[in-house]
Design a protein around this ligand. Structure first.
Ligand code: NAD
Length: 442
């Protein structure tokens, strides 16, 4: 089957590459000439483990190509996926559907045969219908269907998630569109991965409900962590004990510096907004959004405590700035709240991240980028672990402590322990939801 994929970002490129690996003929389109030029040279514009190899294999096999020309891409395609961004609209929290609607209109202008227009972007309930009306209006003679196919992949594990999904959600209005979607996902269906077929509106809602639920789970454990610090409990033990309950599950129960990333912040805001528009306030989601902001602010206070109440004149090393490991994505990363607070407070900030520099340089002005954790620690007054990249999980803590002016560690991912820090010669250590220590108190 021929498939066109509009948008070659984290979702579009991974989906396009994986569909071509299923054996389909895939043409990926983007309006960004720099991205298409890179892809045509065989370079991957984003960091996603394994994507370069899979992409090269399918280009080589002649199943995968890239173009700026949407009309060319959709020629003969039975399905056209829209996988463009739906960021938060400035000012009101709504999902900005401009890119989706522009893509839909571009399809309508050039399509001349039956196709299914599949919306993979995360969009508010009603958007598929809106796209249907817009295409109908722009090209009344076109025979087409719309389908909703929200994506659940996680950056950093995107290929695995796409190839071995917990489920695929497909929202359709008729059998004809259902058949095209079944054909696209046949390789997964044959391997017994569940395909959940729904109406358009339910498919759209599933994506927001799932993301808001996961954001709630993270925020819940972050709030419990704050209480643990006050009452002397250890949140790692608490989440382990909770997560073993099959009704709760152990995923998304790791306390940290607040959720970020390209999805949770914008999707929770959009869901809250959809609720307000329909006079069904999403009280839980609204609270999650504000508690998450509090969590991030609390991190600044934590670091301030470790700097004796002032960042001014301090040298602070930051390990990791991407919103999670194994991605170069910096969208809404906690680093974007924390690092400016340090720089604004007069600290000299040294940053290292295995993949974050390319994006981070423009987003974090006034910091000095270094190659590794040991360079970040040189003469520093405080070291902060902000993203749990593998290379920060097995640091030589003794070596780090020796390099620092005042060896203090803020472990915002709970990788190490008070015992580890003391043994390595740190004079202060703090983490999330567990007791820390300061040498004078010892
Ligand atoms: N990133 C994730 O982990 C993730 C996971 C699940 C769902 N989603 C959803 O998938 C959608 C895409 O997210 P993303 O992170 O891949 O976005 P992204 O910003 O990385 O990529 C979007 C791409 O679309 C291109 N584009 C925009 N308008 C276009 C047009 N008219 N024609 C051709 N190209 C166009 C842009 O140039 C860009 O390359 C969003 O709705 C997002 O919420 C993202």
């Amino acid at each position: 089957m021929k498939i066109a994929m509009i948008g070659t970002g984290y979702v579009g490129l991974v989906s396009g590459v994986c569909f071509s690996d299923f054996g389909h003929e895939v043409v990926c389109v983007d309006k960004d000439p720099e991205k298409i030029a890179m892809l045509e040279r065989g370079e991957v514009p984003i960091y996603e483990p394994g994507l370069d190899v899979l992409m090269a294999k399918n280009v080589e096999a002649g199943r995968l190509s890239f173009t700026l020309d949407l009309a060319e891409a959709i020629k003969g395609a039975q399905a056209v996926f829209i996988a463009v961004g739906t960021p938060t609209r400035r000012g009101d929290g709504h999902a900005d559907l401009t890119y989706v609607m522009v893509a839909a209109e571009e399809i309508a202008r050039t399509a001349d045969h039956y196709m299914v227009i599949v919306i993979k972007s995360t969009v508010p309930v009603g958007t598929n219908q809106q796209v249907k009306q817009a295409v109908k209006k722009a090209n009344p003679n076109l025979e087409f269907d719309v389908a909703s196919n929200p994506e659940f992949l996680r950056e950093g594990a995107a290929i695995e998630d796409f190839m071995k999904p917990d489920r695929v959600v497909v929202g359709v209005q008729n059998e004809r569109a259902a058949e095209v979607m079944a054909e696209i996902y046949r390789p997964l269906y044959l391997r017994d991965f569940p395909i959940v077929t729904t109406d358009l509106e339910s498919a759209e809602m599933i994506k927001y409900a799932a993301n808001a639920f996961l954001a709630t789970k993270i925020t819940f454990i972050n709030e419990i962590a704050a209480l643990c610090e006050r009452v002397g409990a250890d949140v790692k033990q608490v989440s382990k004990g909770m997560g073993m309950d099959g009704r709760i599950g152990n995923k998304f129960l790791h306390a940290g510096p607040g959720y970020g990333g390209s999805c949770f912040p914008k999707d929770t805001k959009a869901l809250a907004r959809i609720g307000q528009d329909h006079s069904v306030p999403m009280h839980i989601t609204e609270t999650v959004i504000s508690v998450n902001e509090e969590v991030k602010r609390r991190m600044v206070d934590k670091l301030l405590d470790l700097c004796d109440g002032s960042f001014n004149g301090k040298t602070i090393g930051i390990l990791g700035v991407t919103f999670k490991p194994n991605t170069d994505d910096m969208r809404d990363a906690p680093a974007l709240t924390l690092v400016p607070a340090l720089v604004g407070g007069g600290a000299k900030v040294r940053v290292t991240d295995p993949q974050g520099r390319h994006e981070g340089e423009a987003l974090l002005p006034g910091v000095h980028w270094v190659e590794d954790a040991y360079k970040a620690a040189q003469n520093a007054d405080l070291l902060v672990i902000l993203t749990e990249w593998n290379e920060f999980r097995a640091l030589d803590l003794k070596k780090l402590a020796r390099k620092m002016a005042t060896p203090r560690l803020a472990d915002l991912r709970n990788i190490y322990s008070v015992k580890d820090a003391k043994r390595a010669g740190f004079e202060a250590y703090d983490s999330i939801g567990r007791a820390g220590f300061v040498k004078a108190d010892d």
